[in-house]
Write a protein that binds this ligand. Structure first.
Ligand code: ADP
Length: 352
């Protein structure tokens, strides 16, 4: 079965075509600058049309959808109700869900009768216990506004956990894992018997680790303080927290960890500070998640930094597990969110 996996962002569509169940990658590509001035793609429909002119014989489509809130705890076959549900989640994921939805609607028009499956970044974390997902805010904010920790990168964390179980030759329900997805966006998840029990990203992907351009955890009182001091409106504040902070903000150089590692080694103090803050925050979270899990079989590194930067992994792990009776395995596992989406779509549509 040929399954097309679509990752539809605000101005781009990335795709991979898989032959399932062999999991053979048939083709992949990217259309970008969608909706931008002067672009030949005025919308997602136009972008997808070009992709589908190139590839033939699509038998099913799997879509990455960022936010499924509490409604979507697992992948689902797209129908009118699912579309309504994804639309509802747009208010809490205004940057991502509208673009994901545009991809789904464009596919419905361009591939009539072909089954589509929505796979949610938040779904894997729906197993979090209440004590981990409720914030210390008035409880009615959760009840009325849906304010809680949702967590993201779920497809990646689930994929690497399954891979870890295969590599360690131990069933997932016998493993305690911590997975570190360290790319431009970074998150860390505690996985107990295959279930996410805590994760660093929160209501939005801004919480938790220091990332490429996102600040991660800060004192919440700082937001109003900075807005007052700098005379920022909410849009300006949001931009600083999401686009001008993290590695880029601290170093004043770049969000690219390869460059920062190079500069730090060459003696640049701000680059070294950015790397140190990045590493320190990850170590703190690992410590916290060891306390959540009580034991640890393996620590997993994935995504751009996690897969490729041995120096950063070494800094994170140095002396970290001396206090544990049994040292965990350290695994580097390349993530493959698209394959995970193809597998889930295949499983749902009738394959095994
Ligand atoms: P995202 O998918 O979140 O945009 P990536 O997983 O591609 O991010 O990770 C990007 C980060 O990984 C950057 O900080 C980059 O410097 C770092 N990195 C290190 N080595 C590589 C590599 N070989 N390819 C891509 N990114 C790399």
């Amino acid at each position: 079965m040929r399954i097309l996996v679509i990752n539809s962002g605000s101005s781009s569509i990335k795709y991979k075509l898989f032959d399932m169940p062999a999991a053979r990658l048939v083709s992949k590509g990217l259309v970008d600058h969608i909706g931008e001035k002067g672009s030949k793609f005025s919308n997602h429909y136009a972008g997808l049309k070009i992709i589908l002119d190139e590839i033939k014989l699509v038998q099913a489509v799997g879509h990455r959808v960022v936010h499924g809130a509490e409604k979507f705890k697992k992948p689902v076959i797209v129908d009118q109700n699912v579309i309504k549900g994804i639309k509802k989640c747009c208010s809490i994921a205004p940057l991502h869900n509208p673009a994901n939805l545009s991809g789904i609607l464009a596919c419905q028009k361009l591939l009539p009768g072909i089954k589509q499956v929505a796979v949610f970044d938040t779904a894997f974390h729906q197993s979090l216990p209440e004590n981990a997902f409720i914030y210390g805010l008035p409880y009615e904010y959760y009840q009325k506004l849906g304010i809680r920790k949702y967590g993201f990168h779920g497809t990646s964390h689930e994929y690497v956990a399954l891979e870890a179980s295969r590599i360690l030759k131990k069933p997932l329900n016998k493993l305690k894992l911590i997975s570190c997805h360290l790319g431009n966006g970074c998150s860390i998840t505690a996985i107990d018997k295959g279930k996410s029990v805590d994760t660093s990203m929160g209501f939005t992907p801004l919480e938790g680790l220091v990332m490429g351009t996102r600040c991660g955890d800060v004192d919440p009182a700082l937001i109003t303080h900075i807005m007052h001091k700098k005379k920022f409106d909410t849009k300006q504040m949001d931009r600083v927290l999401n686009k001008e902070s993290g590695l880029k903000g601290v170093s004043g150089i770049s969000n690219d960890m390869r460059l920062l590692e190079e500069k730090a080694i060459a003696g640049n103090k701000r680059a070294r500070l950015a790397v140190d803050i990045f590493v320190y925050r990850i170590r703190k979270y690992i410590g916290a998640y060891v306390a959540v899990l009580c034991e640890l079989d393996a620590l997993i590194f994935t995504a751009g930094i996690g897969e490729n930067q041995a120096g950063i992994r070494e800094k994170i792990c140095r002396g970290l597990f001396g206090c544990l009776g049994k040292k965990p395995k350290i695994l580097v596992i390349p993530t493959n969110e698209e394959l995970m989406i193809a597998r889930q779509a295949y499983k749902l549509i009738g394959g095994n």
